[in-house]
Design a protein around this ligand. Structure first.
Ligand code: GCB
Length: 605
């Protein structure tokens, strides 16, 4: 396992025994960070004997005590959930909110270890248990955990988390994005109980180049790293054993004749068990191969066309972050109605339920980290932050058959520093997981001598498996009539996935095809773009922008945008726009051909 995968926390927090800490948490909105810094701007938690700070969760014991906050008397917020959509006063709030939850817990054995595990907290989280700091995590969309073993009491534990979603120039993402900066404990929180030595990571997939051999890697954490490992797949009557080395790592292979491969047509999952000493885990795992050959994408050896759509992690009907299995079924259900077999989970890692449901439904996924637009490419902390987010995402989803692409960036400006930064991430993705494709959503260049000639030659394309680019011809670039005239020069013989195109439309607003924000304008962009893309010889799929309207503070036009990006095929009211049917009909032509048989001949479309 690579040096990067140093997670010291238990793998699969959601699947482990412990205590669910979801529900109402008391919260204090703290725009001046009064609970974090004293009046000389020194952090309370850095003092040897902290005298103040909300993490102490104090109550006055005598009438003379002066304590100017009270979690007990403060209102609550639901966890998981963003704060913006739960309280109208917090819709635009960017800053600190303190969360507190009291709980009791008696471990099941004397040698157990306990971890506080967070699905995600946007953007920065400081975690304290019973007045002691456990640590800080940076990055709003990936899981993290802190060990709590020595601080936990059987009753009356006080868990305090300071969550701060201030945007930072050197952050990942940086200060300028086109989505809502939802803050809070946006995903599940759990207390997880594991044995003294536990499984920190396990990767299960087909052995390189094989279709009937399964490779498993396991990494243990704890005082006794040398343990017997048993992996079994009961449905196939398979069992294999090995022993971890002094580094806690074991790799083993199982011959699996008769293994049914996972595909969108047949999303077969097997129950896979792993036992290591006293620890055990069970998961539902599918097996498939994904490779590129020339300009084809081969799924289980057969060319596949990716009928995709982009999505934000937002439930438009609620106007808030999506976080639950119910949100996932709403969003993926709409994508299936559109005849999709592929989704781009833009622009940051979505919650784990999305990939788990995609595994079950047979949807292929592109997952991405928020390296978006104008990142500080020369800042080593920014790079370390992006690398950590990528490693955390891969660590979480490496056993999801649905995930076929790791994407390291979106629409980044070409420069040497940028390419160096992104190459590092691409190398990481391949070192952490050699079984998937690596991409980035790049940009298109205009030919100064010919307005209708588009060039795709970003030097980054040399290092990615796909040539993916976003284009907005007909919306930011001319009017829809321009689309039919476009011709392309695409530098490399690699599969082309058009990772965005689209136009804004207000659901229910009807006018002519050249009236901005009308459904007809958007419909026209889709009608003309799909045949234009079909002419690109390497065209192997697309993910138009985007399934649903989504909140964005950049979109201020009254009565039209009102804080929403309107490029959704579905409005914030859940109603479909005309372009939905255009894309759905285009994708329907591929449905009749077998999923793995590739694009039908042009005249079949
Ligand atoms: C883009 C971005 C996406 C924006 C979209 C737009 O190119 O990748 O995040 O929301 O354009 O609507 O402008």
């Amino acid at each position: 396992m690579s040096a990067l995968s140093l997670r010291a926390a238990p793998a699969n927090a959601l699947l482990r025994p412990g205590l669910d800490l979801n529900g109402p948490w008391h919260q204090i909105v703290d725009p001046y960070d009064t609970g974090f810094y004293d009046y000389r701007l020194q952090p309370y938690d850095a003092a040897a004997q902290p005298q103040g700070g909300f993490f102490l969760d104090q109550r006055p014991r005598a009438e003379t005590d002066l304590i100017e906050y009270s979690f007990d008397a403060s209102p609550t917020l639901a966890v998981p959930g963003d704060w913006n959509s739960q309280d109208g006063r917090l819709l635009y709030y960017e800053g600190t909110v303190w969360y507190r939850r009291l709980f009791d817990y008696t471990p099941s054995g004397p040698n157990s270890r306990l971890f506080l595990s967070f699905g995600a907290a946007n953007y920065e989280a400081d975690v304290y248990l019973n007045g002691h700091k456990l640590g800080r995590h940076v990055g709003g969309f990936t899981p993290f955990a802190f060990e709590a073993t020595s601080l936990l009491k059987p009753s009356g534990n006080s868990l305090v988390v300071r969550v701060n979603n201030r945007r930072l120039r050197e952050g990942v993402p940086t200060i300028m994005t086109d989505w809502w900066n939802y803050g809070g404990l946006t995903r599940e929180v759990r207390l997880v109980e594991v044995p003294a030595t536990f499984i920190a990571e396990w990767a299960v997939h087909l052995a390189s180049g094989a279709r009937d051999r399964i490779a498993v890697r396991v990494r243990l954490e704890g005082a006794q790293p040398v343990q017997k490992i048993t992996v079994s797949i009961p449905e196939l009557s398979l069992t294999a054993e090995s022993t971890t080395g002094s580094d806690g790592v074991a790799a083993l292979e199982l011959a699996a004749p008769g293994l049914a491969l996972w595909s969108p047509d047949h999303p077969k999952l097997y129950t896979v068990n792993v036992a290591a000493g006293n620890d055990r885990l069970t998961d539902e795992i599918g097996f498939r191969t994904i490779v590129v050959r020339g300009s084809d994408i081969l799924l289980n050896g057969q060319p596949v066309f990716l009928r995709g759509i982009c999505l934000h992690e937002e439930n438009p009907l609620r106007g808030g972050r999506a976080y639950s299995p119910a949100d996932a079924s709403q969003l993926l259900g709409w994508a299936r109605e559109l005849n999709c077999n592929f989704l781009r989970l833009a622009h940051y890692p979505h919650n784990e339920h999305m990939a788990r449901l995609a595994d079950k439904l047979g949807l292929l996924l592109w997952e991405e980290i928020p390296v978006y637009w104008a990142i500080t490419w020369d800042n080593p902390d920014t790079l370390a932050n992006a690398r950590a987010q990528l490693a955390e995402l891969i660590g979480r989803d490496q056993n999801r058959a649905s995930v076929i692409i790791w994407s390291v960036a979106n629409e980044t400006p070409v420069s040497e520093a940028r390419t160096r930064f992104l190459r590092r991430l691409i190398d990481d993705a391949r070192a952490l997981d050699g079984t998937r494709l690596v991409s980035a959503a790049m940009e298109v260049r205009a030919d100064p001598a010919d307005a209708d000639h588009k060039i795709v030659d970003d030097p980054l394309g040399e290092f990615t498996d796909l040539q993916s680019f976003n284009e907005y011809i007909g919306w930011y670039d001319g009017l829809p009539e321009k689309i039919a005239r476009i011709h392309w020069t695409i530098a490399r013989d690699k599969p082309v996935i058009v990772s965005e195109f689209g136009a804004d439309a207000v659901q229910g607003m009807h006018a002519g095809v050249n009236t901005r924000f009308s459904e007809e304008f958007q419909e026209q962009v889709y009608r003309l773009t799909l045949p234009m893309l079909d002419k690109i010889p390497q065209f192997r799929g697309c993910t138009p922008w985007i399934l649903c309207d989504f909140r964005s503070p950049r979109r201020v036009l009254p009565k039209i945008q009102d804080g929403w990006n309107r490029k959704g095929l579905i409005g914030e009211n859940g109603r479909k726009k005309k372009a939905f049917d255009v894309l759905k009909a285009y994708y329907a032509h591929f449905l009749h051909a077998s999923e793995a048989a590739g694009p039908p001949a042009k005249n079949q479309r």
